[in-house]
Design a protein around this ligand. Structure first.
Ligand SMILES: Nc1ncnc2c1ncn2[C@@H]1O[C@H](COP(=O)(O)OP(=O)(O)O)[C@@H](O)[C@H]1O
Ligand SMILES: [Mg+2]
Length: 324
């Protein structure tokens, strides 16, 4: 069976007691692409990855990976996939090279092939210079890259990456993104879970949004972003009386009607040419002597998408708001 899909899931069910971690989850991942599975904490992302990588059993529904049934052909599926969890599985005491050679032996490569494969992967993930240092001294980004390398020992057809950049600083995050792009250029299909719309946007050609164990949207990154109106410019004024004036100024650079929030003293509107909009608004407001508390550009977040799709905020956003 080959329908151009590396992963296909239909009506997946997974229960933990009363909790429905997956509740009719559908997914189709095209071969040779990065597919983003975007959702807040607790949405069911890890459960979906565990089911698809045969680590846990389904309670209902059907899934294939590389054309193989995850329930009936688990062993064959395992031979064709790689999996990188949220936390690195590498050994701190060993060097990067020793870690990869160890994984190679675990996969029955034999000493010589394990050494060759380790050297290849160190090169590919830009770790050659640090290869013979202990992993304990690696940065967060280097560790995740080593973890990615470890999951690529057998050159899997499908790689599952569960929140590969959560907890990384922006620079390390960028390095991991680079590695993921390289992998896909080499023909691997990647299913990547994330809580960041920006990450899914940068890497994925298609995004499935998951909420409470169910897919609530499946679209291109542009499609999802247009749902929430793309990038926005935001002005927070010091004085409520200035809001109507600021609305007029923002309207001159915006692509749509500005919204004004009277309680937060905030005016915001969608923009396409982000930097031009920002500099124009800054100049005009200064010329007009408007007192500004804050001025900036905001990229749409998972929370914006969520609000549009479900009518409610993510729990994380609600918790943050309650704490503020
Ligand atoms: N082993 C488990 N036992 C009980 N509940 C679980 C277990 N694993 C996950 N859950 C629950 O299932 C839901 C989905 O979890 P998970 O797939 O880890 O979400 P995500 O990875 O999107 O944060 C959550 O409510 C979580 O508490
Ligand atoms: Mg998770």
């Amino acid at each position: 069976m080959n329908d151009g899909c590396a992963v296909r899931a239909e009506a997946l069910e997974k229960r933990y007691g009363e909790k429905r971690a997956l509740d009719g989850f559908d997914l189709a991942v095209r071969e040779g692409t990065v597919h983003g599975l975007l959702g807040p904490n607790g949405a069911g992302k890890t459960t979906a990855v565990r089911v698809l990588s045969t680590l846990i059993r389904l309670d209902g529904g059907r899934a294939t990976v590389a054309g193989l049934d995850v329930a009936r052909q688990a062993r064959e599926v395992r031979a064709r996939i790689g999996l990188t969890g949220q936390y690195a599985a590498v050994d701190e005491v060993l060097t990067g090279r020793q870690n990869l050679e160890m994984f190679g032996r675990l996969f029955h490569l034999g000493g010589r092939r394990a050494r060759l494969r380790a050297a290849e992967l160190l090169e590919r993930f830009d770790l050659t210079d640090a290869a013979d240092q202990g992993v304990g001294g690696y940065s967060g980004g280097m560790r995740r890259r080593l973890d990615l390398a470890a999951s690529m020992i057998l050159a899997p057809a499908v790689l599952f990456l569960d929140e590969p950049t959560t907890g990384l600083d922006p620079r390390s995050r960028g390095e991991v993104w680079e590695s993921v792009r390289d992998l896909v250029a080499g023909g691997t299909t990647v299913l990547l879970t994330t809580q960041y719309l920006e990450e899914a946007d940068r890497l994925a050609s298609r995004i499935t949004v998951i909420d409470q164990g169910r897919a609530i949207a499946d679209d291109t990154p542009d499609g999802l972003k247009s749902l929430v109106g793309g990038d926005r410019i935001e002005v927070v004024v010091a004085d409520r009386a200035d809001i109507p004036r600021v609305v007029k100024v923002v309207a001159r650079v915006a692509d749509g009607e500005p919204d004004a929030d009277e309680t937060e003293l905030r005016v915001h509107a969608p923009v396409t040419d982000r930097v031009a909009a920002l500099t124009d608004v800054a100049r005009i407001l200064q010329d007009e002597d408007v007192r500004v508390e804050d001025l900036g550009l905001r990229r749409p977040s998972l929370d914006d998408v969520f609000l549009r799709l479900t009518g409610h905020r993510t729990d994380t956003a609600r918790t943050k708001e309650a704490a503020a």
